[in-house]
Design a protein. Sequence first.
Lengths: 230, 245
Amino acid sequence: MGFFEQIAVILQRYYPYFLDGVKNTLIIAAMSVVLGVVFGTLMAIMRMCRIKPLKWLAAAYIEFVRGTPLMVQLMFIFYGLPMVGIEFPDVSWIPNFSRFMAGIVAMSMNSCAYVAEVIRSGIQAVDEGQMEAARSIGFRYGESMRLVILPQAVKNILPALGNEFVTVIKESSIVSVIGISDLMYGTNGVIALTYRSLPCLAIAACIYFVLTFLSSRLIAYLEKRMKHGR
Amino acid sequence: MEDKSIIQVRGLCKSFGKLQVLNDISTDFQEKKVVSIIGPSGGGKSTFLRCLNLLEMPTSGSIVFDGVDLCSSDTDINAQRQKIGMVFQHFNLFSNMNVMRNLTIAPMRIRKKSQEEAEEMAMGFLRRMGLEDKADSYPSQLSGGQKQRIAIVRSLMMEPEVMLFDEPTSALDPEMIGEVLDVIKQLALEGMTMIIVTHEMRFAREVSDRILFLDGGRIDEDRGADEFFDDPHSPRLISFLKKVL
Ligand SMILES: Nc1ncnc2c1ncn2[C@@H]1O[C@H](COP(=O)(O)OP(=O)(O)OP(=O)(O)O)[C@@H](O)[C@H]1O
Ligand SMILES: [Mg+2]
């Protein structure tokens, strides 16, 4: 049986594994990015604020998270938190809820640091003269930010956030090591049943690629529309 | 006739870390007078101008504007800045807003003007400059000369008591310098108080009542416009003028 026939047979027989995996991968990626953006925004504000301890705390967090592997962070959350008494409850109607939560918490804590940097650099990329002009005309700092700086920064930030979503989709494959049934986990399951690792991995790679490709096309499309609308 | 002084600068010093950029500057600016500041690059001209509306915080010394000490901690600096227009070398129009919005946002938000009132005022200015067809354009769609004239109007919309210009024509192509200088000359005729940093010597002589030569963080010469060029005293100014004229 040739390679492509194998793929066809595997898909025919085991597609629910892959479908289920895709669903969970997308849920985890979406949740992580949403939480990452919310907390990343707060983190960016802390990072740029004038209160020194907050600033340092945020800077340390961002540096630390960006400087350590996601795998380590994930293990830390999954095994470490229960040890200090923080456990995610099990919910009867969502299987494996506590694992899921650990995965999402770890992914979003990670994403949060990257998003904070995206926001900070998006704001810093706005020409300094814009702030000076706003201040010199008499606007307060907050007004200058809201009326002049942020609307321009958003144009730098949104595309980078789109890339972050693509990255999170790919990186989320790591949560399979704590037993979350994402696409990678499903793929491993099918490998265990069929002993055909190469075709299974090829299927997984294609699905990941389609997911990231579609996402980045969608982002590019939104970006273009935004440019026209200014 | 005694001219009324509107800005008094006393013992103004400004350092960036170890680098002292302004060194004990004291001078007055009179109402309805035009003062130009010239000097070599790095002499502190921009820094001085930026201190006058506290875009830079002086290290020591005082600046009194309209009887209010700008450096005092209980001065509302935003309220003072609204009375001081500033025009930048690189225009700094708000690039997320069209021309009309650039002109009306501050009068509407700060001066609480109605939209109709602000737009009417803006249209008046635009018509005078022949730029009424640019009201809906974005800054990126304008030429340098157009941007700078709009930037001047943006400041005028706040009806300032003083206008500061930091090399308003240095970023312009030669053929656009004239249109911007004409606007500034017109303002001078209308009695606007102005402080202008410029490298345009002919223009400075033509438009100014007084010229300051700022070099090494000090005012090295402070004369009427004609004497400044015809009878300079400071040796440094003499060699500077030899180079640029
Ligand atoms: N924010 C800053 N931080 C550190 N040094 C600065 C800063 N702004 C200006 N300087 C320094 O202060 C000195 C004076 O600068 P300034 O811009 O006032 O000169 P200038 O007379 O306007 O020169 P130019 O004609 O080139 O515009 C320069 O040596 C400059 O490097
Ligand atoms: Mg300068």
